[in-house]
Design a protein around this ligand. Sequence first.
Ligand SMILES: Cc1cc2nc3c(=O)[nH]c(=O)nc-3n(C[C@H](O)[C@H](O)[C@H](O)COP(=O)(O)OP(=O)(O)OC[C@H]3O[C@@H](n4cnc5c(N)ncnc54)[C@H](O)[C@@H]3O)c2cc1C
Ligand code: SF4
Ligand code: SF4
Ligand code: SF4
Length: 350
Amino acid sequence: MVTVSFNKISFEESLAKHVVAAEKCISCGACVLTCPFGCLELTKETPTLIKECKICGICAHVCPRYLWLRADAEKFVFNRERKTDEEFGIYCKLLAIQAKDKNVLEVGQDGGGVTALLVSAFENGLIDGAIVAGHGREKPFLPFPKLATSPKEILECAGTKYTYSPNVLALADVVKQKKTSVAFVGTPCQIHAIRKMQMAGLKKYTAPIKYLIGLLCSECFTYDGLMEKHIHEKLGINLSDIKKMNIKGKMLVTTNTGTITIPLAEAKQYARESCHFCDDFSAELADISTGGLGLEGWTFTIVRTGKGEELLLKAEQTGFLNVKPVDTETNALNLLKKLSKKKREVSAVS
Ligand SMILES: Cc1cc2nc3c(=O)[nH]c(=O)nc-3n(C[C@H](O)[C@H](O)[C@H](O)COP(=O)(O)OP(=O)(O)OC[C@H]3O[C@@H](n4cnc5c(N)ncnc54)[C@H](O)[C@@H]3O)c2cc1C
Ligand code: SF4
Ligand code: SF4
Ligand code: SF4
């Protein structure tokens, strides 16, 4: 097991200079959550000091964009580094999954697999909460970190929101509500943040986390740019009328009256700056990673750890999931390899 020893460095000398000013901050909120002196606040999607920094160095140790060493994280999670032919990280199984419950399938993004895994884990007593992204609290389709504590709440949070939700911040509610076993759903960068917190031994926040479910991710968009400027102002869509958004080669925005498409090249102008530094497409450090990869009505699933396997098996055995092999899904497999490679190449030069 790799353990990080804390170097005492101030927020200004570490994250403010090398992450925030360099536009690499992904707004995960790990620094804000773990600062023991409550010195930080997430303002306009970046951490800012609201009190004098006590120079303890903890924020620097949990930030996924500061001194990030993938090899160390792989050794921590899998007890080894990936081999060169493990193009999308270490895994034990590839599958496609689909929620058996029609209500879950209907609200789920692809096959509703993530929601079905969470509901199963909850109903089977594996978890007492799930960190997911709620939506529509302040503005339509604007996500926010949510600790769901019932299948009903898990279901209400199904579906992809393509703008950022700092899900890590919901760990504060896990501690407040004294939850002991939660599943965390997040983008690959958020999974990195959790792994760094685990590696740093911050048990207060990490001990209750039982499962990490990662979402495959090419990029995330700004709410001001994609939702307000483009979809609302340019395309004239009332944001409260949106029922679902998806990406299948192009961005699809579905309302009650039909589906409007946005070419991906057009949408990409609203990608968050920090996503350009990202090297992980398929949540390579999660227990289980999930994506669409062009499948219709199924969730492409990469089982990576024993915990991921436990979550999946329980859902399958207790009738929450349909499961099928993906050996013949050549397009999806090629896309997975291509996008993983592209991310690593882009981040290597940025
Ligand atoms: C920003 C983003 C970009 C993505 N890009 C790709 C891609 O390029 N290729 C690909 O194959 N898949 C991508 N995905 C994953 C895909 O959209 C689905 O989330 C995944 O296939 C699981 O589908 P499902 O039907 O099983 O999910 P569901 O059962 O609908 O569950 C989805 C879960 O994700 C949570 N969630 C939704 N939005 C967010 C968010 N913004 N941040 C954190 N959690 C969230 C929900 O609360 C819910 O718990 C992306 C997801 C996100 C959030
Ligand atoms: S965790 Fe808080 S006190 Fe410690 S270095 Fe960071 S900002 Fe300063
Ligand atoms: S921990 Fe997260 S929010 Fe804080 S500076 Fe790093 S990337 Fe940004
Ligand atoms: S592209 Fe990378 S940095 Fe951007 S939201 Fe996705 S995982 Fe995070």
